[in-house]
Design a protein around this ligand. Structure first.
Ligand SMILES: C[S@@+](CC[C@H](N)C(=O)[O-])C[C@H]1O[C@@H](n2cnc3c(N)ncnc32)[C@H](O)[C@@H]1O
Length: 277
């Protein structure tokens, strides 16, 4: 279908695949806000090209803030790694429709792999141009044969935002074990939900409306170290916003973040973590 000369893309994602529409929409709403944090124009352009009723997803402008609060430190750590290792391999797992490649513009010497289910990758290919140093792999990350498509002779950065909680604990840990063993060195940056967040998933509106199920809760990020990982940094949800990001927040979000600091168990329902291997 064409709308004002723009080709509109239909989308029929279900369950965990549909959750990437919520995070994409969150970044688009941030772009449209008075004080954007990510300034992700490509996300906004993509939302305008997808023929879908985004209002039914359960992402309000307030909730969009939590999407970008999570994305920002992951962007910052990824950019930091690429500055130190410009020839790295980047595996962007469960990439959904995220335009992190466009936001960070990795050097041409780095090679970036976006990995998600085949239907998701099919839509990515329609929405975005692919750079010469970017490869799309359409697969479940837990069908481990895809790992053979990636060279293992260089340092690697693995980025997995909003993915781990959709994996079963035993396949998630096996994935991380295989990744840590594959490369000579590298880092893994991901987010983790606590077991409480998994138990209370019914109150997570975008997940519930997508019909997705969350499985894997991790209370202590050190629990993943037996996969061959060493924990470098861990930020609970009260510590995702840096002072410059906080300055762009409205009073309600600032109040909510202060509440998280007062109630650490609430803040510990989600972590952003960085491991080395
Ligand atoms: C919440 S979305 C996050 C997408 C993206 N990282 C972002 O922040 O916008 C979860 C993504 O994980 C993907 N996913 C979940 N389980 C997966 C699996 N086993 N293999 C590949 N992708 C998976 C879904 O298809 C979806 O795109």
């Amino acid at each position: 279908m064409k709308l004002l000369g723009v080709v509109m893309e239909k989308v029929h994602f279900t369950e965990e695949k549909a959750t990437n529409l919520a995070t994409l929409y969150g970044r688009a709403l941030d772009y449209r806000s008075a004080h954007p944090i990510l300034g992700d124009k490509a996300a906004d352009d993509a939302v305008r090209r997808i023929d879908y009723d985004f209002s039914r997803i359960g992402i309000s402008p307030d909730r969009a803030v939590s999407v970008v609060l999570r994305a920002k430190p992951i962007d910052d750590w990824t950019a930091e790694y690429l500055r130190a290792h410009p020839d790295a391999i980047v595996l962007h797992l469960g990439c959904g429709l995220d335009t992190r490649f466009q936001r960070l513009a990795p050097p041409e010497s780095a090679h970036w792999y976006d990995v998600d289910y085949p239907e998701v990758i099919e839509l990515r290919e329609k929405l975005y141009d692919k750079a010469p140093n970017q490869t799309h792999i359409g697969t479940s990350v837990t069908d481990f044969a895809w790992l053979d498509q990636v060279p293992s002779d260089r340092t690697a950065l693995i980025v997995a935002e909003g993915l781990t909680m959709y994996l079963k604990p035993e396949t998630g840990t096996e994935l991380f074990r295989r990744l840590a063993a594959k490369f000579p060195s590298g880092e893994l940056i991901c987010d983790l939900f606590s077991r409480m967040a998994i138990k209370s998933q019914k109150i997570n509106t975008p997940v519930r409306r997508a019909g997705a199920t969350l499985y894997w809760g991790v209370d202590d990020p050190r629990d993943l170290e037996p996969c061959g990982l060493t924990l470098e940094s861990s930020l609970d949800a009260a510590h995702w916003a840096t002072p410059d990001v906080l300055a762009k927040m409205g009073p309600i979000t600032r109040f909510q973040l202060r509440l998280l600091k007062v109630f650490p168990p609430l803040a510990r329902t989600a972590h952003i973590v960085r491991y080395r291997f």
